[in-house]
Write a protein that binds this ligand. Sequence first.
Ligand SMILES: C[S@@+](CC[C@H](N)C(=O)[O-])C[C@H]1O[C@@H](n2cnc3c(N)ncnc32)[C@H](O)[C@@H]1O
Length: 164
Amino acid sequence: MPKNTQVKSKKRVRDFGEVFTNEPEVKAMCDLISDDMYSNLTKTFLEPACGDGVFLIEILKRKLAYCRDERDGLKALNCLFGVDIQADNVEVTRRNLLAVYKEHFPDANNFAITFARAILQNNIICDDLLNPHTETVRAWGIAADEGYVRYLKKKQKIKSPKNF
Ligand SMILES: C[S@@+](CC[C@H](N)C(=O)[O-])C[C@H]1O[C@@H](n2cnc3c(N)ncnc32)[C@H](O)[C@@H]1O
């Protein structure tokens, strides 16, 4: 019998309705959206029940295809928002998205990777989307703002190299 990658356990299906979407369906659904949503690095996506991040992964790959460099890549990453009520799924989604970023930019420096992690920490959140905490709303309010990069630098105390 082929391994079922859509279900982790019967309990999780029962408790959280957790059934993951397969890649062909993810791609088909992403094809329904106009290319502008991927090429424009200000267009944002919210996955309200992100699971392991299959939709966000596909969206990131499509956005990265339009990125000229690591910095554009961070902008692409910062277009993605996700919530899941299960903490382990949130961790997996963050890890998966970081892996996609690193794979696309194998020479990315430590600053870019630290920044990518900070963005994911902020944007991919464990919460109940039906009843979100104020912090979630506040964090995303900041993320949507032009001053987000400045805010993050301050919060993370990150020093950027001259050309970044
Ligand atoms: C049907 S799965 C879909 C996962 C992913 N979107 C996909 O297509 O593969 C539903 C997901 O929603 C999460 N979930 C269930 N109730 C939620 C809630 N109230 N707020 C946020 N996430 C929730 C579950 O943990 C699970 O990962």
